[in-house]
Structures are given as C-alpha cells and as structure tokens.
Design a protein around this ligand. Structure first.
Ligand code: FAD
Length: 425
C-alpha cells in the first residue's frame, strides 16, 4: 500500500471532474489528481454518440464523445495528472481517500476532495415490477452501452417504460438500428424528459407515448416474451380492467437517475432528500469541511453544459479554500416553497449574488419563480412554461438579499396574466 499527500483529489473523470480539474489548473493548482474507475476519461458521455451537447458551452452541437474530447485534450495538453482503472473505495471526514487499481491500494491525504461521481440508473429491482425474471430487461443506459460501445443489438421488439431522456434517445437509436419500438409508457401525466426529445426522438419516428400508463408484469421464462401494461389513476395505481398484453422481447427502463453518493455518505456528508445529492452551500462545499460536489452527483442535470459550468464554479471555490484555508460561512438556508422540488445550493452567505438552480414539481404554464426573505418578495422571474424535466437557473443578485433570514423559493401559477419576461422587485 502506498501513501501520499495531495492538495486536491477529484473523484470521477466525467465532464464535472474534467472541468473542475482544468479550472483548478487555471487558478494555479498543480498538486491535483483525477481518479477515474473506467479505462478512459469522459464519464457517461463516452456512450452518448447522439448530438446536442455543447450548445450553450461551445455554441455548437457536438456528440457526447466530441464534447468530452475537448476537455480531455486540454487535460492531456496541460499534463494534468490523472489515473484510470482506479476506483475510490472510501473517503473519510478528514479527507483520507483510499483507491484501488491493478497496482494495489493507495491512501491519499487530500486538503480538498471534489466529488464528481455522476449518477446511476434506477433498475427493475428498485421499481419491484412483478412477474418472471427473464433476460431482456435493461436500463436504457445499459442498452445504449451495448449498442454504442460494444456493437451488440439488445432488442428486436422493444417496449420502453419511462419517458426519461435516455429512454427516448434509445427509442430513436433502436429504431435507427432496425428494431421496432412498440411504445413508451409513462406513469406520470406528462413526459419525464426534455420536450425537445419528445419531438426529435418519439414524434419524428412515430413512436407512441402513452402517459398515465405503467408496466404491471413482465412475462417470459428465459427471454422476455411480453409485458402487461395498464392505465393508472391519479394516485398512480393501475386501474383494474385496463390491462393489456404487449408482446415484445425487450423491456427498457428509463425511470430515473440516482446520484452516486455512497462514498459521500461514508465521508459523513449530509444528503438532501429532494436531490439525493449533498447539501451544499454557495461555494458548492458540502457540510464536511473541504469536500465539494458538482455535476450529476450533486443533482441530476438536464444538460451537460450546466454540469461543466457548475464544476468551474466549484473549482473557483476550491482554489479560494486552498488559498485562504477556509471559506466564508453560509448561515442562510434556501427552502423549497410552492411547487418547487429542490434548490441548489441549499445554504448561502447573503453577502453576494448567487446562482440558484431548481426544478418544479409539475408542469406549470405561465409561472413566476418567486424568492422571499423575511416575508418580503425579493426576486421574481417569469417562466413561460415550467416543466420538471428542465432545470431553471437564475442569478439572485446581492442587492436583493438581506444579511439574515432564510429564503423560500416558490413557483407560482400566474394564469393568463401578461407579465414581463423578467422583472425584479
Ligand atoms: C444516456 C445519457 C444521455 C444523455 N444525453 C445528453 C444530451 O443529449 N445532452 C446533454 O447535454 N446531456 C446529456 N446527458 C447528460 C450528461 O451526460 C450528464 O449531465 C453528464 O455526463 C454528467 O457529468 P458528471 O461528470 O457529473 O457525471 P458522469 O458523466 O457520470 O461521470 C462520472 C464519472 O465518475 C466515475 N466514478 C464514479 N464513481 C467512481 C469511483 N468510486 N471511483 C472512481 N471513479 C468513479 C464514473 O466512472 C464516471 O466516469 C445524457 C446522460 C446520459 C446518461
């Protein structure tokens, strides 16, 4: 076992880890290390060969590997240290990180640790779908890896459960590869993924999307032979008498992503039950001193461009932390009000402007995002069509904030009122 001391250790070499490393380097940090468990850097983007990445960050539409390559090339060119085929096994509260690789175990004592482990997909086990246990039930990401990384066709006749972005992207991908996607069934009364994916991946390929429907049983002994689907009521319970058998050889699940936080819990980091990521302050530091988080491990993002931007902000905070030996306190908490599912960060200082990210809990046409403090409305912004699939981000200016008093963020339906696009009060 080797032991070493290091300034910054970055867990995960996906878009968040790469952007954080590059920004730290720009800020003068040299004693850093990216640790990635896969054989290459790039994270989940390695298998996302469709385009649509980078529109906001680079102003052009790139494929996932192209987007990742821009960051990896810079990491290589600058000589930023990284290791692949190396898994972080544990992190302690005092930032001792144990890694395992074919060369053995290493224990690193880091001044700062950056959590950038991404997220994982929810599986059939997590949903507890009754029925037999045949082959042919995959998460959308696994099906994507089979086709895009291993050149294997996982389905001929597929049914997709859940209208998450990966499921819709896979509906299109399977169709382009010659499979027949019978339908996408979504338990909620609205699509879970981005509206652009409903258009470009389902409507353009005439793949039906059934809202308020779910799969109630999987059939087949060695391989899936079909699924039973049923309509659900407003409590999301299957409605008796609506069951229908749909023959297929594959069931693909796109039913949600879960931030990968087992290591964070080990380190004593408190998680937010809404995001299932760490509770962070405006510096993107968790409640464990010197441990920061960004990207999908912090909260599931809709666009990778925002992951990269968030990681840059994290790196700036981590650089300040190293230079100053600490960061200003963040005593004000940011709470979720009406129709808001979560906010990030959850704590702020109140002394400077801050970028807030949130998601609404239901689709709201003509909505106003309102921030209140001490019973007073300090900020409001009109959003024409708010949907849970799209993250809403806005800058809360320093001049709006009082130095004390918690904040509440709400999404308020405005009916047909004709309010200005952006208004601050
Ligand atoms: C199938 C799919 C399609 C998508 N399509 C789009 C799209 O069209 N447009 C768009 O903008 N965004 C898209 N996204 C979202 C985008 O890919 C993610 O937002 C982005 O990859 C998140 O970056 P990340 O660095 O937080 O996580 P990841 O990319 O998941 O990277 C995390 C990395 O951490 C590593 N890691 C985890 N645990 C450990 C450990 N213990 N030790 C060492 N390493 C570890 C993992 O191996 C991984 O490489 C898509 C995502 C998926 C899954």
């Amino acid at each position: 076992m080797t032991e070493k001391h290091i300034d910054v250790l970055i867990v995960g070499g996906g878009p968040a880890g790469l952007a954080a490393a590059l920004q730290l380097w720009k800020r003068g940090a040299r004693d850093l290390l990216i640790v990635e468990r896969e054989k290459q850097l790039g994270g989940i983007l390695r298998q996302c060969i469709h385009d649509g990445f980078g529109l906001s960050h680079f102003g052009e539409s790139l494929s996932g590997p192209e987007y990742a390559a821009r960051f990896i090339d810079d990491v290589e060119r600058l000589g930023i240290p990284y290791v692949t085929n190396t898994t972080v096994l544990s992190i302690t509260k005092d930032r001792t990180v144990t890694t395992a690789s074919p060369a053995g175990l290493t224990v690193c004592h880091a001044k700062a640790v950056i959590l950038a482990m991404g997220c994982r997909e929810r599986t059939r086990g997590a949903l507890a779908i009754p029925g037999e246990r045949p082959a042919g039930v995959f998460t959308a990401g696994t099906a994507q890896a089979y086709i895009n990384l291993y050149d294997r066709m996982p389905a001929r006749e597929a049914v997709i459960l859940g209208s998450g972005d990966i499921g819709m992207i896979m509906a299109r991908r399977l169709t382009l590869e010659g499979a027949h996607v019978k339908a996408v069934y979504e338990i909620m009364p609205y699509a879970a993924g981005l509206p652009r994916n409903v258009e470009q991946c389902l409507r353009d390929y005439e793949i039906p999307l059934y809202l308020s429907h779910t799969v109630t049983k999987v059939h087949g002994r060695s391989r899936v032979t079909g699924v039973t689907v049923a309509a659900v009521d407003e409590r999301l319970q299957p409605i008796p008498g609506t069951e229908e058998f749909v023959p297929c050889d594959t069931l693909i699940l796109s039913v949600g992503l879960i931030p990968e936080n087992e290591l964070s819990l080990d380190a004593g980091v408190t998680l937010d039950p809404h995001t299932r990521g760490a509770l962070v302050d405006e510096h993107l530091m968790t409640d464990v001193d010197g441990i920061f988080a960004a990207g999908n491990v912090l909260h599931v993002h809709d666009l990778v461009d925002y992951v990269s931007k968030e990681a840059v902000r994290l790196a700036d905070s981590a650089a300040d932390y190293l230079a100053q030996g600490g960061l200003p306190a963040c005593p004000l908490s940011v709470q979720c009000g009406e129709s808001v599912g979560h906010t990030v960060p959850q704590r702020i200082s109140g002394s400077r402007g801050v970028l807030l990210s949130l998601r609404v809990t239901r689709p709201i046409d003509s909505c106003r995002i309102v921030v209140s403090q001490n019973g007073r409305r300090i900020f409001s912004r009109k959003v024409r069509h708010a949907v849970p699939a799209e993250m809403i981000r806005f800058d809360l200016p320093a001049r709006s904030l009082a130095p004390s008093g918690d904040l509440t963020v709400s999404a308020i339906w405005e009916g047909a009122q004709d309010a200005p696009e952006e208004a601050r009060v």
